[in-house]
Design a binder for this molecule. Structure first.
Ligand SMILES: [Fe+2]
Length: 246
């Protein structure tokens, strides 16, 4: 089974569109979404519509989805994130708002093959930035493979019996065969707001038969996305950061 793994789209229609165009040449069987479909960008309804059309789809909510859908009030958000979330809440159509609200909390097991979570499989709002957080998750869960998002950079943490290893992926196309007997925490990176200093949209493909993981970085029309954010009256830093991947 070939999975298309997407995370942290953040209402970025151009980035998601570029990825969906790219994967027309790379057939997949099921889409998997790790949360944060909306928030920050200027095209929340278009982003939700595009993801709703991916079939079959396994999807969970992110912290921005919760606030934009009105499940939480965003008291932990910074001013800019909260302003964007309140703007998004007003813009979402009733149908898309209902759909977002119905997204389940992670972790979720997909086809008995791997787990997905937004932050960590223990706490959907917690981050995995480095090995200490990854080790804590490995210790308190049993998933052989878990895809996660929230931190907005592609990374693979692997736990063998004697050590934890971090692989920070920097190539435009990164390939890694996941070994039997090793546990993995994999972030496919952020579709719509990368934060590793690389502005290219990030996503993963995972073939569960060959256990081959591929992480791709894709160019998209960043200037169009920035112009829409400014035209919508959303805070300027949300547009500026897209050009530098921060
Ligand atoms: Fe996010």
């Amino acid at each position: 089974m070939r999975y298309l793994v997407l995370s942290d789209i953040h209402s970025n229609k151009e980035a998601l569109g570029a990825i969906l165009t790219f994967v027309r040449r790379k057939p997949w069987d099921k889409a998997v979404f790790l949360g944060d479909l909306v928030g920050y960008g200027a095209n929340p309804n278009q982003a939700v519509d595009m993801v709703r059309r991916l079939k079959p789809l396994a999807a969970i909510r992110g912290n921005h989805d919760k606030v934009c859908a009105g499940i939480e009030d965003g008291e932990l958000f910074n001013r800019i994130a909260l302003e964007a979330a309140m703007w998004t809440r007003k813009k979402l159509t009733p149908s898309n708002l209902r759909w977002l609200k119905s997204l389940p909390e992670g972790p979720m097991t997909v086809d008995e093959r791997f787990a997905i979570s937004h932050g960590t499989p223990i706490d959907e709002d917690a981050y995995i930035f480095g090995e200490i957080e990854a080790l804590n998750v490995f210790r308190h869960t049993e998933f052989p493979i878990c895809f996660f998002g929230h931190s907005h950079f592609p990374v693979v943490f692997s736990l063998s019996p004697d050590a934890i290893t971090t692989v920070l992926t920097v190539a435009p196309t990164f390939r890694m065969k996941l070994k039997q007997g090793v546990r993995y925490l994999v972030n496919p990176g952020s579709v719509g707001q990368p934060r590793d200093g690389n502005p290219l949209a990030s996503f993963a493909l995972y073939d569960s038969d060959s256990r081959m993981l591929t992480i791709h970085r894709i160019a998209y029309r960043v200037k169009d996305t920035q112009a829409k954010i400014l035209k919508a009256g959303l805070p300027r830093p949300l547009a500026d950061r897209l050009a530098i991947g921060r």
